[in-house]
Design a protein around this ligand. Structure first.
Ligand code: UDP
Ligand code: MG
Length: 307
């Protein structure tokens, strides 16, 4: 059986549409399935929509979070609750075309364990957004050592891959990169990002920047190494300036030079502060991990559960 996991945050208009579309496509292909909606603490009628969808279609189940925990947690909760032999994760705004699910399922039947959806086109976006996304993926790709520039959260995972993912103890997860990191027999399928038909994107520029910083920090320590590199660069500059100062002193031109002093204080001061900030950020993440809080809290569940 295929479990389709759909994280939903304020998606009241999309729930029905998503479950009906997926039902139509998968039933036509005679693929046994279940749909797991994860309501990520929505503030609108998403939950009652899920309840109705579950009433109409016995294949639909739902999980309700006690508050908004974010898409990464919602995807993991869905994977933890799903009982299928393979699990697909997709956006419930149907920007990930459900037709591609069939293609992914067929590849799974051929023995692939991780089927990654990669974006052929990125859909409508501003140039700035595209450029910053490009930079972000360059950094992440370096950390994971896999090209992530076209990666998405649209994936189909075999039960073995799902169990491997769920066995990872960390709290801060970046699903998109982790699913490559776990390895397994992987293949990718291209898809075109569709336009959102209802509602709006949950991402503001600010939340995207936070998302990028968080994922770079939890997936790589490059930023910490930048601190060392900056330190070395400042040290080299200090030697050059030191020699220059000494030469001037001995040749008797030592009076002017306040500019250099001020510049040095400014440069070193700011570098030290930035470095402390980066280190502080990592310590914050370590603190979060050490606390060992659960990734999410479920307040209610609906739908059949035989196992
Ligand atoms: N989502 C979620 N929790 C959140 C934000 C988003 O579960 O805190 C879900 C949302 O309902 C959708 C998917 O994640 O199914 C992608 O969100 P969105 O369409 O806003 O992102 P975009 O497609 O613009 O990247
Ligand atoms: Mg979307």
């Amino acid at each position: 059986m295929l479990s389709v996991i759909l994280p939903a945050y304020n998606e009241e208009k999309m729930i029905r549409k998503a479950s009906e579309t997926i039902d139509r496509i998968l039933s036509a292909e005679q693929i046994p399935y279940e749909i797991v909606f994860v309501n990520d603490g929505s503030k609108d009628n998403t939950w009652s929509e899920i309840e109705q969808a579950a009433e109409e279609n016995p294949h639909v189940t739902g999980i309700l979070f006690s508050r908004n925990f974010g898409k990464e947690s919602a995807m993991l909760a869905g994977l933890a609750e799903a009982s299928g032999d393979c699990c697909a994760v997709m956006d419930c705004d149907l920007q990930h075309p459900p037709e591609t699910l069939v293609e992914m399922y067929r590849l799974w039947e051929q023995g692939y364990e991780v089927i990654e959806g990669v974006k052929r086109t990125r859909g409508k976006e501003s140039t700035l957004h595209r450029m910053s996304a490009g930079l972000f993926y360059k950094l992440i790709s370096k950390a994971v050592k896999i090209d992530m520039s076209r990666a998405s959260d649209f994936k189909l995972l075999d039960r073995r891959a799902v169990d491997a993912l769920l066995s990872l103890p960390e709290r801060n997860v970046f699903f998109r990169a982790l699913s490559s990191w776990i390895g397994f027999k992987t293949v990718s399928v291209e898809f075109d990002v569709q336009e959102r038909t209802e509602g709006e994107s949950k991402w503001s520029t600010r939340s995207l920047i936070q998302y990028a910083i968080k994922n770079i920090a939890i997936f790589s320590t490059t930023a910490l190494q930048c601190v060392t590199i900056a330190g070395v660069a400042v040290f080299v500059a200090a030697i050059i300036l030191g020699i220059q100062t000494l030469v001037r002193y001995f040749s008797g031109h030592a009076v002017e030079g306040f500019t250099t002093v001020i510049l040095l204080i400014l440069i070193i001061g700011s570098l030290v502060m930035i470095s402390l900030g980066i280190i502080g950020y990592y310590i914050g993440k370590i603190y979060e991990e050490v606390k060992g809080r659960p990734r999410y809290l479920i307040s209610r569940k609906i739908g059949r559960k035989e196992q």
